[in-house]
Structures are given as C-alpha cells and as structure tokens.
Design a binder for this molecule. Sequence first.
Ligand SMILES: NC(=O)c1ccc[n+]([C@@H]2O[C@H](COP(=O)([O-])OP(=O)(O)OC[C@H]3O[C@@H](n4cnc5c(N)ncnc54)[C@H](OP(=O)(O)O)[C@@H]3O)[C@@H](O)[C@H]2O)c1
Length: 221
Amino acid sequence: MKLAFLGSGQVGGALAARLAACGHEVTLAARDLRSASVEAARQREPRLRALDPLAAVTAAEVVFLATPYAAAESAVRAVASALEGKVLVDCTNPVGPGLTHGLASTRSGSEVLQAAVPAARVVKAFTIYGFENFEHSSYPGYGELKPAMLLAGDDPAAKQVVGQLCSDLGWEPVDTGPLGSSLHLEHLTLLWIKMARVQGHGPDFVWARLRRAGGRGTGQP
Ligand SMILES: NC(=O)c1ccc[n+]([C@@H]2O[C@H](COP(=O)([O-])OP(=O)(O)OC[C@H]3O[C@@H](n4cnc5c(N)ncnc54)[C@H](OP(=O)(O)O)[C@@H]3O)[C@@H](O)[C@H]2O)c1
C-alpha cells in the first residue's frame, strides 16, 4: 500500500521503516525534508522517501499520524483536503503532567482529531506500547500466540486496513470498538508507560489475547 507518515521520530520512524521493509511504499510527510528525524529514518531504511506533507498525503492511501499530540491537530488540519476519505492512523497520545490524561479524560485525543478532519477515517492504533515494541514486535517462544495490537475506530473497513498492517508487522489486531474506545486505549497507554518507565518493568513486554476454545461471545474473530 501507499503509506505516508506525519511525524517520523521514535514511533513514526520505526513503523515507517518496518512497513517499508514489508514491501509497502512509504513516504515521510516531512515539514523539514532534512530534519534529524527524517535523516535518521532514511538511514535506517533507505527505501523511505520524503516529500512535503501535502504531496505525501495526497499520494497516500493510508496516513499515519505520529507527531507530538500538541502538534497533531494543526498537522492534520494542514493537509485536511488531502485526507478526505483516507484512513488516518492515530498513533498519538495526549499525555498530561504526571502521566495523566492530557484531556482530563473528558474525550479521547482521537475523537478530537476526528472532529478536526471529519472526512478522514480515523483509527487509533500503535499507541499502547513504547516505540521499542514498534521497532521489534517479535516475542518468540509463545507458539502461535501473537502480541496484541488494540485498535479503535468508527469505520469497519478502515479498521480492516489497519488490522492488516498490524498483521504485516506480526501483531494480532484486536478491535476494541468505536473511536470512543480510544479513551480507554489512551489510559491503557498511561498504564504501560507507568509500568515500563516508572515502575521498572522495562519496555520489553506487551499484552496478548487468550480466548477459550468454543467460548462464548460473537465479537470479532
Ligand atoms: N515514544 C513512544 O514510546 C510512544 C509510543 C506510543 C505513542 N507515542 C506517541 O507518538 C507520538 C510521537 O512520539 P515520538 O516519541 O515518536 O516523538 P518524536 O520522536 O519527538 O518525533 C516527533 C515527530 O513529529 C514531528 N513533529 C514535531 N512537531 C511537529 C509539528 N508541529 N508539525 C509536524 N510534525 C511535527 C517531528 O519532526 P521534526 O523532526 O521536524 O521535529 C518528528 O518527526 C506522540 O504523540 C506520542 O505520544 C509515543
């Protein structure tokens, strides 16, 4: 697929490089084509190219947003016309002082972004772990069990597209429901950050989903 990345730092750079290595055509949508983050990402994966944001987003089928949350709304508004009908993967997290929810839990960051670009199809994904797990998502030794990537969004087809990209990177996509579920994912992120970065668990852990064979429930497979 043709993918564009608004933000190519720790998260965007890691995901862009790995998706390019999977065979996707990935463009960094860069405000500065020679920024340190663009240079580092291209050094990591020479197949990445960089274009200005509007050109990159115009050419893309799926757009990843991986800027600091404070910059996210202006970054998507600047390319709003090119985002129309496109899948926008929101990788951002509104984090407030003391690892609190940056919007005081009143609304998810993803819903704020969806309201800013209503014609885009926002899917929250690639947020609930640290960037180390986007660089390396392999957890060998668990048989068929894959690390889980929780996602949320209002558009089922958009979630399928993002789910396939998760699978390409070795994750089991787990659909947590409508975009409103992003608020819970943002809190789950805060929990992961506290465990990994404050309580000393370190970044090398993720969640997985275990389902009882023949169990109840008619949710997604
Ligand atoms: N770090 C993590 O472990 C982690 C994990 C999950 C989710 N997240 C979320 O992912 C997002 C990115 O985090 P990160 O750690 O990857 O940040 P980062 O390493 O600081 O990279 C930020 C990227 O955004 C770009 N950027 C900054 N301000 C911008 C603006 N005003 N307009 C357009 N682009 C701008 C930067 O471009 P320049 O190079 O030009 O400055 C850079 O490419 C955040 O929302 C964070 O909450 C982070």
